[in-house]
Design a protein around this ligand. Sequence first.
Ligand SMILES: [Zn+2]
Length: 454
Amino acid sequence: MSDNGSLAVAKPEIPEVARIDTWDVRPVAEVIGRDYAAVIQLRLAVRGAIARGEPIYACPRCSVPVYLVSREDTRRFYFKHLHEDGSCPAVTRGDLSEKEINAQKYNAAKESPDHRRMKEIIEESIKCDARFSAPQVEKTWKGADGSWRRPDVQAQFGQQRMAFEVQLSTTFIRVIAERREFYLREGGMLIWLFKHFTEHDTRLTQDDVFYNNNRNAFLASEETLAASRATGRLHLECCWSAPVRQNNEIVLTQYRKIVSIDDLTLDVERQRIFYFDFDQEMAKASVTPKQASAERLRRDFEAFWLSKPESNTQETLSQWYAFMRRFSEHGIQLSQYLGGDGTESLLNNLYSARHGKVVGRSYKKFIEVAHLVAGGYKSQLWAFGLLLAAHNRLEQIQAEDKNSGKWEKKRAIYHPRIKAGDDAYRPDPKFNQLIGFLFPEIAEGLGRYPKKQP
Ligand SMILES: [Zn+2]
């Protein structure tokens, strides 16, 4: 992979990192890659591993563990030494230490009226729900290994101990990762609660939480408190992303809704709490590159065929050869020339059935095509009929047949024959692959032509 489109900064001070387990050295542009959500997840994984004392990456020049940071303004990522003593030529640590930044921020955000009100809202909301133990505010949670945390609010929901942290400003990824590791060890469940949440927020912290929580974020507000009071169940507002497949692209849409704690999945082992299972839905919606290329080919070829290409002009021929190459990538051999080997009538007939109109012929009415197939292309009638059914063309056929009734008479003849497995109507198997590829809506039915009755 080239670093084209990588989310790494252009000239990182540490250009390569080594995996500590294998000492496999790779360029950071490659490690960081182009998938924003994946980088955000890697950020937390790297920090979590450091918190557990098993760092994943190190600087290959000095062997000091490294972690992933982001430039707030550009959202480009780079690696930083965990500590620096001047022995490495790469200098990644600035003048302002984390402690100093924390000290600056402390008074501004930590005990702001907003923060205090948020804590009250959570406390009061939990009190509405009798299934929770009495909420404790700013009480120490002592860990089994002697470490401790002091979450904004904590309570027990049934058997599950839960911690609630208000998120108003910025929290270092180190802090997020260390808390995550703590509650993981404790079998507790940590929920970050936002006051605001917008899709294109500039705060990296929001992304650190969101992308590591199955793309669900939670908010507490006067409105969720009112909902908790009205129902006697803890309610929170959830913001989530949902994938929708449009042709061959996956489009993400944002949703928000006030939900009950009963609607949420608590995945304690992965420290995830969610209303909408993004990962699962994404896996369902995903298309492989091969499927995407097949779909493009299907669309391009249909557009080409419906454009009534003039046969044997130089332009048409070169288009045809290009199609031959693309079909061969999908294991399908197209005829040597446009519409050769009997494919011209086949494609005209089947595209007619799909679209309910005359394709490639100078007929006036669609039903004329149907008559032609039933009379002159008996081996195509099975696929033709499947397409009529798939696209609900029955009404159209009946309407066009109303005056003469000829189609109905024809149908009375061929229908029992097909049911009896008459060889005259049996589809030619050499076309099954092409038909199945171009008309996936009938691919399953193609091989179901009835067995011959003795
Ligand atoms: Zn170094």
